[in-house]
Design a protein around this ligand. Structure first.
Ligand SMILES: Cc1cc2nc3c(=O)[nH]c(=O)nc-3n(C[C@H](O)[C@H](O)[C@H](O)COP(=O)(O)O)c2cc1C
Length: 384
């Protein structure tokens, strides 16, 4: 057990120390007041356990299945774009770590490693996350490439009608065009390890975007912002029907926090939902994912699989989500902190920590198998 990285917060602190502030804040920050971002974690903290004792917990099992595929631990790497600002080759390293941990992996449309490269790691279950841009030919091509590369599920992100206002990014000059200030230059210069990796390692790029070469840091920021502006606010159910007809495997909606769209999505043929507020990065004052999870599970009435992301930092959060009906969770920032702290090894630490926390939590609540955890294992408080 590393004494340096005992929990995910330790990795967050190390990432903060290693990365230029603008880059760390891009990962760490959320929209506007960051209220939803804080609420994601606060809502987990309001849920307690109702532990049982004198249960034989000498053998424990945290496996689950996602669309019929076994996962040794109920975790998938969440799709995150522009992640190689934390460490070069971010997705490749994270996919390898996920494979070693028995976790799944979801690749972002805006990843630095290509659909085919990640398929080559053999990590599975392997999902592809789709952003719908104004360039529909590209969007449809992405679906076809993911299908051809053997991705098992398509997750269509639906909570990014427009890029949100991330106020930290603006203050840090992480905007388009990037603002080069003395403070920025000093910020980069005071993180020589990061600068060295950025200049010497494989340059960050958006590998699945047509004709994009390796980029400088400011071009990368600029491109990220430009691509974000390409997100299509006109996306509607008709598009979803088209994607449904084209994609032959399970299709998920990523980014719902309301039951009101569930019935229609099921009618279109959606097979799964990722209850998510984008980690508090899109609509501020959206509810915490864990708060609305039970309603969405009920609305699905076993017609779809339900997943959760946003705010997961502890193995106990994962047990709570499972108890409220999630089949697995996706972790975004937690794994990016691991990358920022120490690359691939940092992501290994994140998985080791979360798996160990799930394991101890199961033992201490007296439920040897995650599949047996239910609402009866929880207690709720309205605050203290
Ligand atoms: C740096 C970063 C980049 C992200 N990029 C994407 C993306 O490209 N596509 C997407 O659907 N979600 C993206 N997300 C949202 C995550 O998939 C996920 O919903 C969120 O991180 C979950 O909250 P958590 O960070 O508290 O775990 C991103 C999140 C972060 C932190």
């Amino acid at each position: 057990m590393s004494t340096k990285f005992v929990n995910v917060e330790d990795l967050r602190r190390a990432a903060k120390a290693n990365m230029p502030r603008a880059m760390f804040d891009f990962v760490d920050g959320g929209a506007n007041d960051e209220w939803t971002q804080r609420r994601n974690q606060a809502a987990f903290e309001r849920i307690m356990f109702d532990p049982r004792v004198l249960v034989d917990v000498s053998s424990r099992d945290q496996s689950t299945t996602v669309f019929g595929q076994r996962l040794e631990t109920p975790i998938l790497v969440a799709p995150t774009g522009l992640t190689s600002i934390a460490w070069p080759n971010a997705e490749l390293l994270a996919a390898r770590a996920a494979g070693r941990a028995g976790a799944g992996f979801a690749l972002s449309t805006f990843a630095s490693n290509s659909i085919e490269e990640i398929a080559g790691t053999g990590v599975g279950p392997r999902w592809f996350q789709l952003y719908v841009t104004k360039n529909r030919a590209w969007t449809l091509d992405l679906i076809d490439r993911a299908q051809a590369a053997g991705y098992q599920a398509l997750a269509v992100t639906v909570d990014t009608q427009l890029p949100s206002m991330r106020e930290r990014n603006i203050r840090n000059g992480y905007q388009s065009p990037p603002r080069i200030t003395l403070a920025n230059v000093l910020d980069f210069a005071s993180h020589p390890g990061w600068l060295h990796r950025f200049l010497k390692g494989p340059r960050p790029t958006l590998a699945n975007t047509p004709s994009v070469a390796a980029l400088t840091a400011s071009q990368f920021v600029e491109l990220g912002n430009r691509v974000a502006r390409e997100l299509d606010p006109s996306v509607s159910w008709r598009d979803l029907e088209q994607f449904r007809a084209r994609w032959r495997g399970p299709m998920l909606l990523k980014g719902i926090t309301s039951t009101r769209d569930v019935a229609r999505a099921l009618d279109v043929g959606v097979n799964g939902f990722i209850v998510s507020n984008h980690g508090g990065r899109q609509l501020d004052y959206a509810p915490a994912s864990i708060e609305v999870l039970p309603e969405i599970v009920a609305a699905c009435a076993d017609r779809a699989e339900v997943y959760l992301d946003s705010g997961v930092r502890r193995g106990s959060d994962i047990v709570k989500a499972f108890a409220l009906g999630a089949r697995a969770v996706l972790v975004g920032r937690a794994y990016v902190y691991g990358l920022g702290a120490s690359g691939e090894e940092g992501v290994d630490h994140v998985f080791r920590i979360l798996k160990d926390e799930i394991d101890r939590c199961l033992a201490l609540i007296g439920v040897p198998s995650l599949s047996q955890v239910g609402r009866e294992n929880l207690r709720f408080s309205t605050g203290c």
